[in-house]
Every structure is written in C-alpha cells, then in structure tokens.
Write a protein that binds this ligand. Structure first.
Ligand code: RIB
Length: 638
C-alpha cells in the first residue's frame, strides 16, 4: 500500500493524504480528514511512527521485555512473533537485568508506541509499567490469587509434578540436583513428598558453581543409593545422565532421570530424557493473542490466565529395581517361547485331544531360572541366544523387565527363537517338546566373549537344551573363575559323565535321574552313585512329594510346600533359582532348600512360568513358615 493507493481509496489527491499525515491540514475539511484517517487505519498503512503517535494510533508492534538469565527467551520471542505475524504485527524484543534497566528498556519500547508489551520477569507487576496493554508472564507460588493481565505458571507446581511422576512409578529413594533457579521447584518437590507417606528426598544439591556440581553434586545425587534423580534444568539432566552412564549405570534400568524444563537436546540424548515442561509456548501465544484481541473492537479477553506444566514422557523413567542382594549369579541355558495347551490328559500314541485353552508365554529353563533370581532380588546375568523374531524380542524384554542383566544375550541372525510345546493335564502335570532354534547356536566363542561375567560370580545355573559345547565351555569357565555349578539335566539329552565331578549341585527330577542312572535302584542309591561320580550335592526334585537331598553330610527328604499345583511347568526352575539366591545371601543349605521348596510351591499354583515365579515380596509372606520349619529341623537334628 502506498500513498497513491490511499489517496485513490479516500477519493482525494496524494497531496491531501500527505497533508493529513504531516499535520499540515488546516485547509482540509474535518470530513475529508476523518475519511483519510479511516482508510489509513483500515489498510494498516504505517508510514511514520511520529504520525501514528500524533493521531493516537499504535504501531502494529508487540514489545517483549525479557529478564536476562532466565531461560526460554528464544521460545517466547519465537512464539510471540509467530502469533503476531499472522495478523501482520511485528515484534520488538529487549532484555534487562535489574530494576533500572527494566524501566529504561520499557520506556524505550513505549517510544515505539506498540500495541502492547509482554514482560517476562521474576517480578510481580511493576507500578511504573502498569497499563492495560502491558501483560506479564511470571512464576507464582500461589495459583489461588492470580492478578489481572498476568499469565502465570508455577515452578513449584512443576517440582510437585516431577515428584508425583516418580512416586507413581514406585520410586522412594529420590535425589534433587539444581542451580539456584531450582529452589522454587524444590519447594514443590518437598511439599509433595511431605504429603505422601514414606517418601522424602534422599539427597539434595543446589549450587551455581559448575565445579561444585562436578565434584560433589553428581556424586551425591547420582548413585545406587537412589533410584531416581530430579534435575532442575535440561542442562543438569544431561550432565546427570552422562555421569550415570560413565559410572556404569543404565538409564532407566539402574536409575531414572527426570528434568524440570524441556529442551530439544533431551529428545535426542541418552535415548530421550523425560521432563516436566513449562507451558512457555502456550503462555507466550496466549499473551500475544491477549494483546492482539485488545486491539479488536469487541474483545472479551479473560483477565486471569493460569497455565500448568505437563510431563513429556521419553522413557528415562522405569520402576525401581529391587535392592539386589547376595552374590553374583549367572544363568546359562535355553530361552523358549512356551506354547501351553491345557488338556484333560496328556495324549498317548495315536490319540487326538481337544485342548481346553492355548496360551503363549516366555519360558525356557535358562531364562526361567534367570528371571527367578531377578524376581527374588538377586544379581543375575543371562547368557544365551535368541532369534531376531518377535518371540526373541518378547523374551528379551521379559528378562530386562525382571532385572536380569542381558549383556550375554545375543540375537542370532539366522535361527528363530527356541519354542516349547507344553501339554498340561488336569492334575497340572506336563509333557514338553522343545524346538531349540537359536539356543543351539550358543557356543564356546559366545561364552568366551562373556568371560568377564564369570569373574566374581558365586553360582552358575546351568541347564540343557543348548549345545554340548556350550555346557562344556560353561563348566570350564566356572572352574577357571571358582564359580559353583548348579546343573539341571534333561530327560532327553545325554550329559558327558566326566563333567559330573565339576558339578556342585546336581538337580534332576525323577525322570532325569532315571535317564542318567537307569535301572531299578532307589532314589537314595542313585544319588549315592552320582556322588561317587564326583557330584558334590544331589537334590532330586519330587514334585508334590518335595525333594531328596544327598551329600557327604546329609541324606534327607524335605516336604513340598503346602500348595495345590495347577501347572507344574517351571517348578524346578523356580526351585533352582531360589536355592541359589538364598545360598548366595549366606543362608545354609538346609534353609535354602526349604526356601526353594516354597518358591517352587508358589510357582506351580499359577499358569505359565516366568509370570508365576514369586517375587521377594511374595516370599516374605512365608518367611515365618519357612523359619519355623527350619527351627523344627534344627531341633530334631541337634
Ligand atoms: O522348565 C520348564 C521349561 O522347560 C519351559 O519353560 C520350556 O521352555 C522348557 O525349556
């Protein structure tokens, strides 16, 4: 739009328009003058601010005053500009650092005669800067008494939200690290924790010194005494995450991290960091729209504007791990997807049966035993092989979800994951057919790659359905590192008898015992023969009849726990993992066998294996019963 076009629309000459604009309009009638001004205004013709001022017209400009040292300047300016430019307004942004510079920056902006000014400041309304077209974006501690023309968010509300998010994920050991801006968030965190029973901040570090944060803050707030850390800014969240990784912690398995405040970097680093984001964008757009609407003939703008933060989930938060107890345990064995068919009776040769139900769940002796340890709170690493198929991914996830270290699990690019087809009869007894798939690919080379997992380990839970080479290599590695071997044999696979002398605990069921020592001998006699072959301790699992233990000190039967079985699959896996956890915590063999019998008893009362394995919490319910049984045994054998 130029002066000629304005003149044409107002039906006057360009010189008349020029005269009106320059105030040289004595010889122009009031009606013509008003018509020219109306056309100028309607067409947003803004040639000179001097002229606009003289006529009481405002520039189509929104001023922004930003307090230095506050984050989000770019986001505010960008959003206001985006909103304003849609209505052909532009933006002028100024920064200030203290009260004086704030006022002078304000006066400078006002000289532009803007349509409105947005002040982003920690201060409340400044009386010197109080006009109907001045709005504030600010933090409040109290949403209950909002002020006019002010767009509120609350840092303390954000802190509260972060604490709430962690607590609802199950965290109770939480730390907070921040710079001094984060003191406001700390109030919200503390308030929320105070009102939630059983939770308080385990540690808190606030400093503006980079050096102090590096030297003390990270050490104090990121360690295995806490399961989650709240960081007062995205920059600190990145530092905390980098520090956690540098000391061998995994996010979120070992430690959960949440940032108060968002930034693009949180989307990309460490697989993403969950944050509570301030409503900066929403507030800036609303403040800009408020000013724009003030300039509309009939504006019905609200006067109170409250904005809440929100959580952006990026998977850096997981439920806390159990406090791991006992010595290190390794599980080497199969990982299968179990397809379980519930039938009236196990089909015999030539028979066809109708299944009552079919259910597919993660299983495999190796994985079951590893998860058994994980659920009981033991420290366990799995070594095994999966296919790159959906079964493989589900099996892998179930391991990690249950606290199993999966460093030694590899994906086979060729073979599919192992599968087991299981029939369960009405008594809960089972028959299993295993397709080994990727499990057969576990070999000497893979085991050697995870040699380091054996160092410092106490027990190795070794089962079959893997290659003979893998069994032999595992036993060799255990010998090299002084790790005790618990071996679960199989009724279909042969075991090299020369290896038995390296087996500390040999744990067959009756059928497996029969396979290795065929003939009519009693369980006791067969166990004795195994001791002669070099096994240190034999434990024969006998289902609902409990188990038989034999070594150079004991020859004892122990009853099963008093539960009714619905699915016996995995009962022995549960027994073995519980036995190892209990012994690794320092309990004696007899107590550990009793503990293991309860774990197995609980497992068989539920369908499936990994789902059915008891957690430590469940085992705690029976702690007194196990203790009583143990005391009785001790009394009897004084
Ligand atoms: O011990 C039970 C397990 O044996 C099942 O989960 C099945 O996969 C087989 O390995």
């Amino acid at each position: 739009m130029n002066i000629q076009q304005i003149a044409k629309l107002a039906n006057v000459s360009p010189s008349t328009v020029s005269k009106v604009m320059n105030g040289n309009d004595k010889d122009i009638s009031e009606a013509t003058r008003a018509r020219v001004l109306r056309v100028i205004s309607e067409n947003n013709y803004v040639p000179y601010s001097r002229f606009l001022k003289k006529e009481g017209l405002q520039q189509r400009v929104i001023g922004i005053l930003l307090e230095k040292g506050f984050p989000y300047h770019c986001q505010i300016t960008y959003t206001v500009n985006e909103t304003a430019s849609k209505q052909e307004y532009s933006v002028a942004a100024y920064t200030f650092s203290d009260d004086d510079s704030r006022l002078s920056a304000f006066e400078e902006i006002m000289r532009l005669n803007p349509s409105g000014v947005i002040v982003y400041s920690s201060q409340d309304i400044d009386e010197n800067m109080n006009a109907s077209n001045v709005v504030y974006i600010t933090d409040t501690k109290d949403f209950a008494t909002p002020k006019k023309n002010t767009f509120y968010f609350s840092k303390s509300d954000s802190g509260c939200m972060a604490a709430e998010y962690l607590l609802s994920a199950g965290h109770r050991q939480i730390s907070y690290i921040s710079d001094s801006v984060g003191k406001a968030m700390l109030q919200g965190i503390e308030e929320y924790l105070r009102n939630s029973s059983g939770a308080s901040l385990s540690s808190c570090f606030i400093s503006d010194s980079e050096e102090e944060i590096s030297k003390f803050g990270l050490l104090q707030c990121v360690n295995d005494q806490v399961s989650a850390v709240i960081c007062g800014s995205p920059a600190l969240a990145c530092r905390a995450a980098a520090y956690a990784v540098s000391i061998g912690m995994r996010i979120p398995e070992d430690i959960s991290i949440i940032s108060i405040g968002d930034s693009e970097i949180l989307d990309n680093l460490f697989g993403g960091i969950t944050c509570v984001s301030f409503p900066v964008k929403e507030m800036s757009a609303a403040a800009a729209n408020f000013i724009l609407s003030q300039n509309q003939p009939k504006s019905h703008s609200q006067t109170q504007h409250i904005f809440h933060s929100r959580v952006t989930e990026r998977h850096s938060i997981a439920p806390p791990l159990l406090k791991r107890t006992g010595g290190k345990i390794i599980a080497v064995g199969s990982m299968n997807m179990d397809v379980t068919l519930e039938v009236n009776s196990i089909p015999i040769e030539g028979e066809t049966q109708i299944a009552e139900s079919i259910i597919t769940l993660p299983g495999g002796k190796g994985a079951n035993q590893a998860i058994g340890v994980g659920k009981l709170g033991g420290q366990v690493s799995m070594i095994g092989r999966l296919g790159t198929d959906p079964d493989g991914r589900a099996l892998y996830k179930n391991l990690t979800d249950n606290g199993v270290n999966v460093d030694g699990v590899e994906f086979d690019p060729i073979s599919s994951s192992g599968k087991a087809f299981i029939y369960i009869d009405s008594e809960g007894e089972n028959t299993i057919v295993v397709y080994r798939g990727a499990n057969s690919g576990l070999n000497h080379r893979q085991l050697e790659r995870y040699n380091f997992l054996f160092a410092g380990a106490k027990y190795c839970l070794l089962s079959l359905e893997i290659s003979t080479e893998a069994v032999t290599s595992t036993i060799e590695l255990c010998r090299k590192h002084g790790v005790k071997v618990l071996l679960k044999p199989s009724a279909v696979e042969k075991i090299d008898e020369t290896l038995l002398k390296y087996v500390d605990y040999f744990i067959p069921n009756e059928r497996e015992l029969q396979k290795i020592i065929p003939g009519e001998l009693s369980i006791e006699e067969k166990a004795e023969l195994l001791l002669e072959k070099g096994v240190n301790t034999v434990i024969v699992t006998l289902g609902k009849h409990g188990c038989y233990l034999k070594n150079r000190c004991f020859s004892e039967y122990f009853p099963a726990a008093p539960f009714t079985a619905v699915d016996t699959t995995g009962g022995a896996d549960s027994f073995i993992s519980a036995l190892a956890v209990c012994m690794s915590e320092g309990a004696d063999l007899i107590y550990s066998v009793m503990f293991a019998a309860y774990a197995a008893g609980i497992t068989v009362t539920r369908y499936g294996v990994q789902e059915a394995l008891p957690s430590r919490k469940t085992m705690d319910i029976y702690k007194n019963d196990i203790q009583r049984q143990y005391q009785k045994y001790k009394e009897k054998n004084k």
